[in-house]
Each structure stands twice: as C-alpha cells, then as structure tokens.
Design a protein around this ligand. Structure first.
Ligand code: URA
Length: 234
C-alpha cells in the first residue's frame, strides 16, 4: 500500500506538497469517498479521482515476480510460504493470486493478478499461450527425446500437446522447453519418462513477454499494458 499523496504525485508527475494541497482542498476521492488525509493508504487497484478526473482506471493489476525456491504458488497456505505473501507491502492488495502454478522448487516468472478472466485466458490450453522454461538435466538430451516432445507425447493416460525442446549447451544438459499446458509437474514428468532428472527449472517467458533480467529472485514489478499484450501474442 502507498500513501495517497505519493500515489497522486507519481501519477500526476507533480510534487508531494502539491498533491497534499489537492487532498486538503477536497479534490480527491478514493472509491467515491472524499479523502482529506495525505497519509491515507491506497493502492493501484483503488479508483482515485482528482478534480473529477479518474487517475487510475486500472481496476486490475498484473505483477511479474521472479519467484525464488521455497515458495508455493498460492494466495495463502496453512503450512508453506506463498508467492503472494512475498510481495512487497505496497503491492499487496485484496484478491491477488498467481495465474498458474510453478512447483515449490521452480524459479522464475510468476504472473500475479486479481483479474480472473485474464488468468483463465492465459492458462486455458486452447488459447495457446506458450510458457518457456530452462531446465538443467542430469544427463544429455538425446534426439529421440526431442522427437517425443515435439510429436505430442503420451504421459500416463494423457496425450500431450506438442512441445518444443532444444538444447542450449554443448553437453546437451541445459534445455529450453516451450509448453502450452500446465499439467502437474509436467516438465519433470516429461523428462522422467526418458530417464532424465530435472535438477533446476526456471520459467523465463510467458507468451512473448520475457522475465525482466533486472528482477532479482524474490523481486516483483508491475506489468505495463504494452507488455500485457505481448503475453497473448502467439
Ligand atoms: N513443469 C514442472 O514440472 N514444474 C513446474 O514448476 C512447471 C512446469
């Protein structure tokens, strides 16, 4: 959560004292309530109007997190630390949830939002949003594995959608995988079928939006509207 005067100053590109003046003059409404205290706590999800003009039309927020190991992809959990709890206080608003699950020991790009419809649209396999991962394996990847990934492999009773697999180092132990589904432990199970163990797994891209290289593990930032479009680009 952020102080109201700071949020207004940031959004209107003005000074904190000018923002305070607007608040004191009764020009500022948060969710239709007049607010007179500059230190009132609000967030990106609140509807703020200044002098009758909507400041933040963003009802929904979209956050990119570089997930570290040790956190589960959930809003709350009785036993485990969650990615939503890991968000900095000023990003923690109501109804946030991770759009999709990474395992507790997987790192990388997690999208956290309060927009259920958007989450569904990127998770539903029919929408074909690709998720790209890097995996470190205990043995080299053979050509037969690549073929099985690409032809849509049988996994248990399921026939998976075709996935892309390429090797990224000379030893062929570092692999890039692109999948469109999100079946439980999917990538680990796909390699296990071929006798390979995933030692490290990191999601590096959702759709055409790569994980921001400036985000350290555990850090988060808002996704811009332009970036949001990249997610859905096939
Ligand atoms: N596949 C897995 O096996 N684990 C993940 O966290 C994501 C994809």
């Amino acid at each position: 959560m952020t102080r109201l005067d700071k949020l207004i100053a940031d959004k209107l590109n003005t000074t904190r004292s000018e923002a305070k003046l607007l608040i004191k003059k009764g020009e500022v409404f948060v969710n239709s309530n007049a607010i007179f205290s500059p230190d009132f706590k609000c967030s990106e999800a609140d509807e703020i109007t200044v002098s009758g003009k909507k400041l933040s039309a963003d009802k929904f927020v979209y956050i990119m997190m570089n997930k570290p190991k040790g956190f589960v992809c959930a809003s709350e959990d009785r036993d485990e630390k969650t990615v939503v709890e890991l968000l900095p206080d000023d990003m923690k608003i109501k109804n946030l949830f991770p759009a999709g699950r990474l395992d507790k020991d997987t790192t990388g790009f997690v999208l956290i939002t309060n927009d259920g419809e958007f989450a569904h649209s990127i998770l539903c396999p029919k929408k074909h949003v690709e998720k790209t991962y890097l995996a470190l394996l205990d043995k080299p990847v053979e050509c037969s594995v690549i073929k099985d990934f690409e032809s849509g492999m049988e996994l248990g009773k399921e026939k998976l959608m075709p996935a892309k697999l390429s090797t990224e180092n000379e030893e062929k132990t570092l692999a890039k995988i692109v999948i469109r589904q999100g079946i439980y432990h999917q990538i680990k199970r796909m390699f296990k079928k071929h006798g390979l163990e995933v030692l490290e797994l990191k999601r590096i891209k959702i759709g055409n939006l790569p994980l921001d290289k400036n985000l350290k593990e555990g850090e988060s930032r808002y996704i811009t509207q332009d970036e949001l479009k990249l997610i859905k680009e096939v």
